[in-house]
Design a protein around this ligand. Sequence first.
Ligand code: ADP
Ligand code: MG
Length: 386
Amino acid sequence: MEMKSRIQEKFKLLYGTDGDMFASAGRINLIGEHTDYNGGYVFPGAINKGIVIEIKLNGTDKVHAYSLDYDEYVEFGLNEEDKPQQSWARYIFGVCRETIKRGGKVEGFDTVFAGDVPLGAGLSSSAALESTFAYALNYLFNNMTDKFELAKIGQSTEHNYCGVNCGIMDQFASVFGKKGSLIRLNCKTLEYKYFPFDPEAAGYKLVLVDSCVKHELASSAYNQRRQSCENVCAAIKKNHPDVEFLSDAKRVWLEEVRELVPEEDFLRAEYVIGEVQRVLDVCDALERSDYETVGEMMYQTHFGLSRLYEVSCEELDFLNKLARKCDVTGSRVMGGGFGGCTINLVKDNLYDDFVNTAIEKFTEKFGHAPKIYDVVISDGARKIEF
Ligand code: ADP
Ligand code: MG
């Protein structure tokens, strides 16, 4: 049965009535990796995998929530000390609390929800969950919160109730996502702009290959990379006082400090400055529907992440090489690195060969199959109208 119907059936069974339905989405990031904390651009879009909820105010001060996927029912109040035990319920509780903290109204409601974003695969199922509830509560209580603040409600939920110190990209993409568009977000100014992205119309597919590995290094390496970027930024700033983030620096300004910073830091910075420019180049290419250039930039990003920023791993480099061999238009590791997915832009007629080869060769080498997710850029947070 379709997800929506399963939710409706359960809602009726539990609460004896019908509610309103809302949805939001997971996200991909086409290009712009490790640029967020350097004040650069990211380029995400919402995908056709998300969270769907049914919800109705219940006239009490309690939330009644049922997760179809976990087959679990939880009740909680809306005060700070009412924080539920179940981690999935903390996302909903957090969104309620963060809305209230911003002066919004939230009272008791009944809800049933489900989703089809793979958990922990780098597609941000948690942001999908947060933004669906943030959007729905804003709608039902008529809080008139602006969309950016809805994204921040999700982000603060991660920080304050889920122990994840994330940036704004995931929730931003999930709230602002639009079918057929990617959104270039300037992480320094928070200005954003939509660009057309419709690979299907041009004969391409977007497919993620999930290595299903996550190497331990990730969090310590992340902090070291940030430190390297700050070091180089500080060195450049001595010559160019207006430079606040590494993304403000020109390539030649980096050259000026080559002898003054450790070589490793230099390479990290070289990647970041290159990546900021690649996002701009991809946006230009998309305005001409030039997907071949988009793909080439994706390969360059992978090279940079692997050789300069050094956040790839054997499994991801293997998948990237394989993509090249199969004539895939563009391929790169997506997300922080050390595991997770590659994102691939592939011509329709090469799709089957690529996916089959990736499964076969990867399994042969690493002893387990990768997972394949087809994605289409779709709408973000919204009310489902019947
Ligand atoms: P991701 O990278 O997918 O965001 P996270 O660990 O940040 O991974 O978030 C996953 C968590 O979000 C799950 O452990 C669960 O608590 C919650 N979640 C996501 N999707 C669902 C769902 N369909 N049903 C219930 N909880 C969900
Ligand atoms: Mg998450």
